[in-house]
Design a protein around this ligand. Structure first.
Ligand SMILES: Nc1nc2c(c(=O)[nH]1)N[C@H]1C(S)=C(S)[C@@H](COP(=O)(O)O)O[C@H]1N2
Ligand SMILES: [Mo]
Length: 434
């Protein structure tokens, strides 16, 4: 058994959450390159027992590959969410199909969910506390009312994209949530500027990095473990578009999107935007909390071939997200008798703005410019549209490619990396004209 799997065995709960197939393999001992699974015995039986919290008297009657009801995914309906595709229910992870992301401002019901742990139960905004500490002149303990009274309240449209969006297209595959296209959204967030709060606390000269802490629980239930705690270099933290947000689209934050308080650090991997925020800690070193080190939210410093093994020391932390675009209308698979078609969607690029969007209906041989709107504010995704004329009936693909103001454009092929991050290859849809 490879060593990394052995290590994972220690935390089967996490493995079931992260990669049910692999967990299944560990427990049932599937024969490699074979769909038959072994019987539940030995280490597999012990692991399953540990997972269920009890011995299994009739385990001999359990069919091979059987997932006990206690672990089986129940049909999930997430209150206040609509049309999302659920990738995992412990922890909850759900993405939005592209055609449901058509609005310039992503409705709360359509904003994706990426959870690494179990959201807190007590989320009363009246008693919620945020601590600002570490290398500051005056550490602060703030309620949400304090934030509203002491600092300017602002509203911005801010794009949040998970670093692993697009992972499902990796070949060889990468472990983790198999996001397709919809781990991205641009809601309208209301809050106070992180920079204003940090300035009020007095940032010491030797601060290098922030460290973000939330109130969600580690999947193991161990209260001493955080599911995730990431941070950003202090220069990025002071960007005026980072918000400590208590409002989403004119209402409250959705419980799965961090209610009652979260960070929104747009342009960088969504993981920087700590939900259920309880603490921002300033440090004189690059933060080393859970999911900051190893290969989490890190990519090789140099291009690697698909499947290539990369030593951990050659990974670097992902900073700005790459230029990307989506076709949100029509939905892929359109059958139409009309030779004229309007296609539209959004485009965004990390810390940059998008300067042009092009579409192709001939597999990239020729491109035409789409109309592109300016961002509503920095870090808001930009709307584009194009009117296409198909020369004759038949099967077409519409491809879209955005270019940002730094001259960076989207590739067709995926720049493969071991954990499946930063897939900004072009989005395409199929259209049949008949
Ligand atoms: N406390 C906490 N904050 C978190 C996470 C989490 O698991 N716990 N997930 C992060 C990741 S990986 C992403 S992509 C974004 C997703 O934000 P959303 O769920 O509101 O869409 O939240 C980030 N903030
Ligand atoms: Mo993420």
């Amino acid at each position: 058994m490879p060593r990394d799997i052995e290590k994972q065995e220690a935390d089967l709960f996490e493995l079931y959450a992260d990669d049910p197939d692999r967990a299944d393999e560990v427990v049932f001992g599937r024969v490699p390159h074979d769909d038959r699974r072994g019987f539940l015995r030995g280490a597999g039986l012990a692991s399953m027992g540990a997972l269920l919290g009890a011995a299994i008297p009739f385990h001999r009657n359990m069919p091979a590959g059987f997932i006990p009801e206690a672990l089986a995914a129940e049909p999930v309906k997430i209150e206040g969410k609509d049309g999302l595709t659920i990738l995992n229910d412990r922890p909850v992870n759900a993405e939005t199909p592209p055609h449901l992301l058509d609005d310039a401002v992503t409705p709360t019901a359509r904003h994706f969910i990426r959870n690494n742990g179990i959201p807190p139960e007590d989320t009363d905004p009246k008693t919620w506390k945020l601590k600002i500490d570490g290398l500051v002149n005056s550490p602060m303990d703030l309620t949400i009312d304090d934030l509203k009274q002491k600092f300017e309240v602002v509203t911005h449209r801010l794009t949040i994209e998970c670093g692993g969006n697009g992972r499902s297209f990796f070949d060889p595959p990468a472990r983790g949530n198999q996001w397709t296209l919809g781990a991205v959204g641009c809601s309208e967030w209301t809050g106070v500027r992180l920079a204003d709060v940090l300035k009020a606390a007095g940032v010491k000269d030797n601060v290098v990095y922030t460290a973000h802490v939330g109130a969600d629980e580690h999947l193991s239930g161990n209260p001493d473990k955080l599911p995730i705690s990431r941070g950003v270099p202090i220069a990025k933290a002071m960007n005026p578009y980072n918000l400590i947000a208590f409002g989403m689209n004119g209402g409250a934050l959705h419980p799965m999107n961090g209610a009652p308080l979260r960070l929104v650090v747009p342009g960088w991997p969504g993981s920087c935007s700590q939900k259920w925020l309880t603490r921002v800690w300033l440090r004189d070193t690059v933060h080393d909390g859970p999911k900051m080190t190893g290969s989490s939210y890190r990519v090789p410093k140099y291009p690697v071939a698909p499947g290539q093994k990369v030593p951990k020391k050659d990974f670097e932390i992902i900073e700005a997200m790459p230029v990307k675009s989506l076709i949100t209308s029509p939905k892929t698979g359109l059958k139409t008798s009309d030779r004229t078609l309007t296609v539209r969607g959004h485009a965004w690029s990390g810390d940059n703005a998008v300067s042009s969007v092009d579409v192709s209906i001939d597999f990239g041989a020729t491109w035409m410019k789409a109309d592109l709107a300016k961002p509503h504010n920095p870090y808001a995704w930009q709307q584009w549209s194009a009117e296409i004329k198909f020369p004759m009936n038949g099967y077409y693909e519409v491809w879209v490619r955005a270019t940002d103001d730094a001259g960076q454009s989207q590739p067709f092929a995926i720049a493969w990396n071991p954990k499946g991050y930063l897939n900004n290859s072009m989005h395409r849809i199929s259209v049949t004209v008949a």
